[in-house]
Design a protein around this ligand. Structure first.
Ligand code: EPU
Length: 419
C-alpha cells in the first residue's frame, strides 16, 4: 500500500504536460478488438486502468505490447478467441464492459460478468443492453452474467433515455459491422466519443455525427490496421488548473484543447481565475481571491462530474457560499467528509452540497474514495496548513499519470511513501 504525503503552502510555477485521455484510451483499446490485424495507439497514458483493459484483451487471446518508454500500445487480434474472460480481471474495472459491443460485433455472441456498482453509484447497464437489443441481439442476464446472442446485427434507430457515455460507446462499436444504418439519438456528446469514432473511422468504419447528439453508423465489412493518437485528457488538465487556482499560482499547462474545457474554464473565470489560451495550452493565473460560484454537473457540454470534487476543493476556500449539485452520479460526494476533516464547511442534502468558504484548510490523514476524490484531496493538501497524508492512493493511479512527479516538477512538496 502507498500513500501520498503533501506539505502544504508552496506556490506552483513552471509548466506541466497533459497525457492522453484515459476515458478515450479505454474504449479505443476495447475497439481494437474490431481490427482485422493490428492497431497501434500512440502517446498512450501509462495508467492502472489501461493495464487492466490490456490484460482483459490478452485474456481473450490478443497480443498486447505495452511500450512504456515510447508510450505506445500495440494490439494484435489474429489470435483472439470467443471465450469468457476471467471474472476477477473484468470486475477490477467497470470499463471492462466496453468489450461487450466489439465482441458481439466480431463473434455474434458473448458472455461477460455483470459490472457491479462502485463508490460513486450503482451504475446500471440497461441502456447498453437496450441498444444491443435494438440491433437484433437477444440479451439474457442472470447468475451475475450478461449473455448476448446475435445471429445477425441489423442497423436500427436507438433513442437513449440518458446520454450515457458507455452506452453510446458500446452501441457505436457493436453497430460497426451491422447491416445498414444505425442511428443513436440523445447520444453522449463527450469529446471522448468523437475520439473513439475517429479511431474506428481510421480503421475504415463509417461513423458520422460523433460529438453531437445524433450519431449515424453505416455498417462496413471489416476494419483494417491503424495507428492513432488520442486527444488530451481534459480532466487531468482541469485538475492542474484547479491546483494552480487553489495555490494562487501561475502555471502553463501544455496539451489542452480549450474547447473541451469550456465549462471548466468558464466556471474558473467566474471564480476570479485569469486564463490565457495558447495554441496547444493555457496559462492559468490564480493570483486573485477565489469567489464562490454555483455548479451543476451535467453531461457534456455541461460541467463534468469528473471535475466536481476538484472544484469543490477550490470552493472550500472561496469567499461566500457555493452550491454544488451532482446530477450525473447518485453518490459522488464521498470526498466531502474528508474535506470537512481538513476544516472545510460543507453540508450535504441529497445531491446538493452547500459550501461556506473557510479561511484555511489544515493537513491531516485522509482517504481517497475514488479517482477524482483522491485528486481533490491532493489538491487540498497543496494549500493546507501542515502535512496531509492521502491513503488508498491506488484510486488516483487508475487515472493520473505520475501525479506526484508532475506536481513535484511544478514545485509542490509532495512524495509517495510505502505504508
Ligand atoms: N446509466 C444508466 N444506465 C446505463 C448507463 C448509465 O442509468 O445503461 C447512468 C449511470 O448510472 C450514471 C449516468 O448514467 O448515473 C452516467 O453514466 P455514463 O454511462 O455516462 O458513464 P460511464 O460510461 O459509466 C464515463 C466515464 C466516467 C465519467 C462518466 C460521465 C469512462 C471509462 N468513464 O462513465 O469517468 O464520470 O462517463 O462523464 O469513460 C472518471 O474518469 O473518474 C469516471 C468516473
Amino acid at each position: 500500500m502507498e500513500k501520498i504525503v503533501v506539505n502544504g503552502g508552496r506556490m506552483l510555477h513552471g509548466e506541466v504536460e497533459i497525457s492522453s485521455a484515459k476515458n478515450s484510451v479505454l474504449p479505443i483499446i476495447a475497439a481494437s478488438i474490431l481490427c482485422k490485424d493490428k492497431s497501434v495507439i500512440e502517446n498512450a497514458p501509462m495508467l492502472e486502468d489501461v493495464y487492466v483493459i490490456c490484460e482483459v484483451l490478452r485474456d481473450l487471446g490478443c497480443n498486447v505490447y505495452i511500450d512504456k518508454k515510447d508510450n505506445k500500445i500495440t494490439v494484435e487480434t489474429h489470435n483472439i478467441t470467443l471465450k469468457e474472460p476471467n471474472m476477477d480481471l473484468v470486475r477490477k474495472m467497470r470499463a471492462s464492459f466496453l468489450i461487450m459491443g466489439p465482441m458481439v460485433a466480431k463473434f455474434g455472441r458473448f458472455k461477460l460478468s455483470m459490472p457491479g456498482g462502485c463508490n460513486i453509484g450503482s451504475r446500471p447497464i440497461d441502456l447498453h443492453l437496450k441498444g444491443l437489443k435494438a440491433l437484433g441481439a437477444e440479451v439474457e442476464t442472470g447468475h451475475g452474467f450478461v449473455e448476448v446472442d446475435a445471429k445477425k446485427l441489423i442497423g436500427n434507430k436507438i433513442y437513449l433515455d440518458f446520454p450515457s457515455v458507455g452506452a453510446t460507446e458500446n452501441i457505436m462499436m457493436a453497430a460497426v459491422f451491422a447491416e445498414g444504418e444505425t442511428t443513436i439519438e440523445n447520444a453522449a456528446e463527450e469529446p471522448e466519443i468523437w475520439d473513439l469514432a475517429m479511431f474506428l473511422n481510421s480503421m475504415g468504419a463509417d461513423i458520422r455525427g460523433a460529438g453531437t447528439g445524433t450519431i449515424k453508423i453505416y455498417g462496413v465489412k471489416e476494419l483494417h490496421n491503424t495507428c492513432y493518437r488520442p486527444i488530451y485528457d481534459r480532466i487531468e488538465a482541469g485538475t492542474y488548473m484547479v491546483a494552480a487556482a487553489m495555490t494562487h499560482s501561475k502555471i502553463k499547462i501544455k496539451g489542452v484543447n480549450e474547447e473541451h474545457l469550456r465549462p471548466v474554464i468558464s466556471k474558473l473565470q467566474e471564480c476570479g481565475v485569469i486564463i490565457h489560451t495558447l495554441n496547444n495550452g493555457i496559462i492559468i493565473d490564480g493570483s486573485n481571491k477565489t469567489k464562490a460560484v454555483d455548479i451543476k454537473t451535467m453531461p457534456y457540454p455541461g460541467f463534468p462530474t469528473d471535475m466536481q470534487a476538484q472544484m469543490m476543493t477550490l470552493l472550500t476556500l472561496a469567499s461566500g457560499t457555493s452550491i454544488i449539485t451532482e446530477t450525473v452520479f447518485e453518490n459522488r460526494f464521498m470526498h466531502v467528509s474528508e474535506l470537512c476533516r481538513m476544516g472545510a464547511n460543507i453540508k450535504i442534502d441529497g445531491r446538493v452540497a452547500i459550501l461556506d468558504g473557510v479561511k484555511k484548510l489544515t493537513g491531516c490523514e485522509v482517504k481517497a474514495s475514488d479517482l477524482r476524490a483522491g485528486a481533490a484531496l491532493i489538491i487540498a493538501g497543496l494549500c493546507a496548513e501542515g502535512t496531509t497524508q492521502i491513503g488508498d492512493i491506488y484510486h488516483v493511479d487508475r487515472g493520473y499519470v505520475n501525479i506526484e512527479e508532475k506536481l513535484k516538477k511544478l514545485g509542490a512538496d509532495i512524495q509517495r511513501v510505502k505504508v
